[in-house]
Write a protein that binds this ligand. Structure first.
Ligand code: GTP
Ligand code: MG
Length: 207
C-alpha cells in the first residue's frame, strides 16, 4: 500500500498550451498524453479541472458545445492532458460537425504518444448509442480506455452501483477497456483512484 502512494502521480502544475483546430497545430513534443472524450456536456472539461484542482483551467458550460477545439494542457512539465470537443452536439452545421468528428478521430487514431483515453458517459443514463460507438471504436483501434461514469453526485449509491454493473456487462467484450470508474467533479469522488490509473498509463505501467 505504501508503494502505491509513493508511486502515485502528484499533479503539481497545469498550464494551457494550445487550442488546436487542425492536426498541424498539435504540440510536437512527444510528451505522454491522456485524452478526455465523450459527448457534449458529459463533463470532460470539468473532469480535467477537478483532476488538476483548477476550476477555470478548461472552460466549462451548462450549454453543450463549449469546447470546440482540441485543448492541450501541460501537466508537471512532462505530460499532456487533452480536452476534446464533445461529439453529438446538434446546434452547429452538418459541415462543422463532420469537421469536428474528423479532427477528433484523427487525433484519437494517429496520436502516437496517447497512452489512455478517458471515455465519459453520464451515470444517470444508460450509455447512449454515441457512447457505445465510442467504446467500440476505441477498442477496435486498440486504444486503452477507461470508462468514466460522470456526475456521480446526482445519483444514489444504489443507482450508481446498478449503472456500474450494467456498463461492466455491456462492455465486457472490450479487451482495451482498462476499467470503469464512477466519478464526480463536483465532490471529487474517486479522484485519487482515477489519478492513480492515469499516472500508471502515463508511465507505461498499465497492466
Ligand atoms: P463540451 O465542452 O460542450 O463538450 O462539454 P463538456 O463535456 O466539457 O462538459 P462540461 O465540463 O462543460 O460540463 C457540462 C455541465 O455539466 C456543466 O454545467 C458542469 O457544471 C456539469 N458537470 C460536469 N461534471 C459534473 C459533476 O461531476 N457533477 C455535477 N453535478 N455536474 C457536473
Ligand atoms: Mg468541454
Amino acid at each position: 500500500m505504501a508503494y502505491f502512494f509513493l508511486s502515485m502521480l502528484r499533479i503539481t502544475s497545469a498550464e494551457f498550451v494550445i487550442s488546436a483546430a487542425k492536426q498541424a497545430q498539435f504540440p510536437k513534443l512527444p510528451m505522454p498524453e491522456v485524452a478526455f472524450a465523450g459527448r457534449s456536456n458529459v463533463g470532460k472539461s470539468s473532469l480535467l479541472n477537478s483532476l488538476v484542482a483548477r476550476k477555470g483551467l478548461a472552460k466549462t458550460s451548462s450549454t453543450p458545445g463549449k469546447t470546440q477545439q482540441i485543448n492541450f494542457f501541460r501537466i508537471n512539465d512532462r505530460y499532456h492532458f487533452v480536452d476534446l470537443p464533445g461529439y453529438g452536439y446538434a446546434k452547429v452545421s452538418k459541415t462543422e460537425r463532420e469537421a469536428w468528428v474528423r479532427l477528433i478521430e484523427s487525433y484519437l487514431s494517429d496520436r502516437s504518444q496517447l497512452k489512455l483515453v478517458a471515455a465519459l458517459s453520464d451515470i444517470r443514463h444508460e450509455p447512449t448509442a454515441l457512447d457505445r460507438d465510442l467504446f467500440q471504436w476505441l477498442d477496435a483501434i486498440g486504444r486503452p480506455f477507461i470508462i468514466v461514469l460522470t456526475k456521480y453526485d446526482k445519483v444514489s449509491p444504489a443507482q450508481a452501483q446498478a449503472r456500474y454493473d450494467e456498463v461492466m456487462e455491456l462492455t465486457s467484450v472490450y479487451s482495451n477497456r482498462v476499467g470503469i470508474i464512477p466519478y464526480s467533479s463536483e465532490i471529487r469522488h474517486n479522484r485519487e483512484a482515477l489519478v492513480g490509473v492515469i499516472g500508471k498509463a502515463l508511465e507505461g505501467r498499465l497492466a
